[in-house]
Design a protein around this ligand. Sequence first.
Ligand code: KPL
Length: 315
Amino acid sequence: MEAPFRVLVVGAGAMGCLLGARFFQAGAQVLLLDVDQAHVAAICERGLELQELNGDRRKVYLRASCVREDPGGPADLVLVMLKSYATARALDLVFPDAMGPQTLFLSLQNGLGNGEILAELVGREKVLVGVTAQGATKEGPGRIRHGGEGPTFFGALSGRRPDTVQAVLALFQEAGLEATYREDIQVLIWEKLLVNVGINAVTALCGIPNGAIADLEPARSVCEAAVREAAAVAQAEGIPVSEDGVHKVLTVARATAANRSSMRQDVEAGRRTEIDAINGAVVRLAGQHGLAVPVNWALTQLVKVKEQSYGGKGV
Ligand code: KPL
């Protein structure tokens, strides 16, 4: 009998739980790892409560841990779903023997630089990076809601497709999740970054839903200016992001009109945000190319003021 595909999910937030649950339902052996003790305890005691897109609730009895636990052998896939500022600590909860020569690491995190940080920990050739349009929200300890269906794209950080990537694609497919391997994954990561650059900080600072970015003229102006600056940085980096970046961002804002962006949720919960990997990353790269990005700079500073005003947990 073939051994089940073994998956470690590092960072069992809403998206980590959703993907972990889908892989488990498809027959993979899944272990969720997270530092949130109440969340892990709830999953271990009562199972993960997953609210499906049609409103149905189901329990998924996943293994979860907030300490290094032996998953019983090397993982085929380590799915990294941590907040971007925690990527450097991605291996803290991973049992050393769980990382074998064939283990691949897939980051579907927000922002720039996560793959490079992982590469320093595990070697560039083992790192896959990508984006997903799946949506999920954590409703409380052990409870998540699937909010939207969408494709997932990933590719190799090194540019060389690992032999074992086919098995990862098969896992997504068996789990009913659309996933595609892309050679040009950096373009897609930048296009997702533009969306987060335009929506996240403004919604977090103003306390508005995503749709207000498109509906309120002053919010739209700031969004558009931030996205244009970031697109110029992408061009300077040699990343051919599509010309209609601003249009795409406004389309996402309208499509997710009632949503609270992840950064707004972080600010409202008094947590540290991912500003450094989003607008902050644009500012850092712009500096390397001698480009001025005053709007991204101001948004970064203002979000940091906000974090400091509440002493953001995890800062
Ligand atoms: O990715 C998002 C986020 O909130 O981080 C968007 C697309 C803006 C949806 O809320």
